[in-house]
Design a protein around this ligand. Structure first.
Ligand SMILES: O=C(O)CNC(=O)[C@H](CS)NC(=O)CCC(=O)C(=O)O
Length: 283
């Protein structure tokens, strides 16, 4: 059994200026450090933050200016934080410096409790969508898609790394479960208000049920600036599809805690052996 947690804090959910030191807003940084220490005192060993945890731009392309490589100053700070608090961190949606000056990667970074980057995953499915009644998003204009599925061992089970809009592509999660043997799926997100209200929790529970994995989904929430608002309860779901922890959308700050018990993953899979009964209807 291991204690895991989702967190969100004020400052994270608001627009920050690219001129702020090291790209991350001061408010977000203070909030993240505070959240981490509060979670540590509750016995949490693994803390997950949502997509765009260190910066949300208010203008198109703004985050290109603050994009950094994974060995840059922003990530070094988070590595120190992980080490000081002896905690693993999942940081979804980091603006990683891209292949050229006009593109970044949307990268989910996993840091271990000794402060080393264990793994990173570049978002594969980019959000080029005309949201009904809202606005047209074109993430691919400034972001280059990743092309590699990433799963990694941890003390909390084998983790599958994904980001936000990936959630709508179940084949990625099937691949994480059946090809990469994932036991816990991570889905840090910044869903739009319109699509989040309609689909967020349903999609997450479906992914948990059909893969028989824990799902840990840290969500941005609230109004970030004039143009952008996110929706989502941050939730942890067990491999039977039950929500076992929730940080409601209406709270701008806080964390939610659950215990992960990998024997539950095995129990669900043994009783309902979908990996053996699977027919490759898709191939
Ligand atoms: O651009 C940034 O600042 C960070 N990236 C995001 O917030 C991304 C791309 S705009 N958002 C989503 O993927 C929302 C998905 C969604 O809402 C859905 O699938 O319904």
């Amino acid at each position: 059994r291991s204690r895991v947690s989702l967190a969100r804090c004020r400052g994270m959910a608001s627009s920050s200026s690219p001129s702020a030191a090291a790209g991350a807003s001061a408010a977000a940084r203070v909030g993240v450090v505070q959240m981490t220490s509060e979670a540590a005192s509750s016995g949490v060993k693994f803390l997950c933050f949502p997509e765009v945890f260190s910066f949300i731009g208010s203008k198109d392309g703004e985050s290109i200016k603050i994009a950094e490589p994974l060995d840059g100053p922003i990530m070094q700070r988070y590595c120190s934080l992980a080490k000081e608090s002896s905690m693993w961190l999942s940081l979804g949606g980091f603006q990683e410096k891209g292949p050229d000056d006009s593109h970044q990667y949307n990268t989910h970074v996993l840091i271990d409790d000794s402060g080393e980057i264990r793994s990173s995953y570049r978002k594969i499915h980019l959000f080029d969508v005309d949201v009904p009644g809202n606005m047209v998003y074109k993430e691919s204009r400034f972001t280059t898609a990743g092309d590699t599925v990433v799963a990694v061992d941890s003390p909390f089970g084998r983790l599958g790394l994904t980001v936000c809009y990936d959630l709508r592509f179940p084949e990625l999660y099937q691949c994480l479960r059946f090809k990469h043997q994932a036991q816990v799926l991570l889905v840090p997100s910044a869903f739009t208000k319109v699509t989040g209200e309609a689909h967020w929790e349903i999609l997450l529970r479906a992914r948990a049920i059909e893969t028989q994995c824990y799902v840990i989904a840290a969500a941005q929430a609230g109004k970030h600036n004039e143009k952008r608002e996110s929706y989502g309860d941050s939730i942890i779901i067990d491999p039977w599809g039950t929500v076992i922890a929730r940080l409601p959308d209406r709270l701008s700050t806080g964390f939610a805690v659950a215990d992960i018990d990998l024997s539950k993953v095995e129990a669900v899979r043994t009783k309902m052996p979908i990996s053996e009964l699977r027919r490759r209807t898709n191939e």
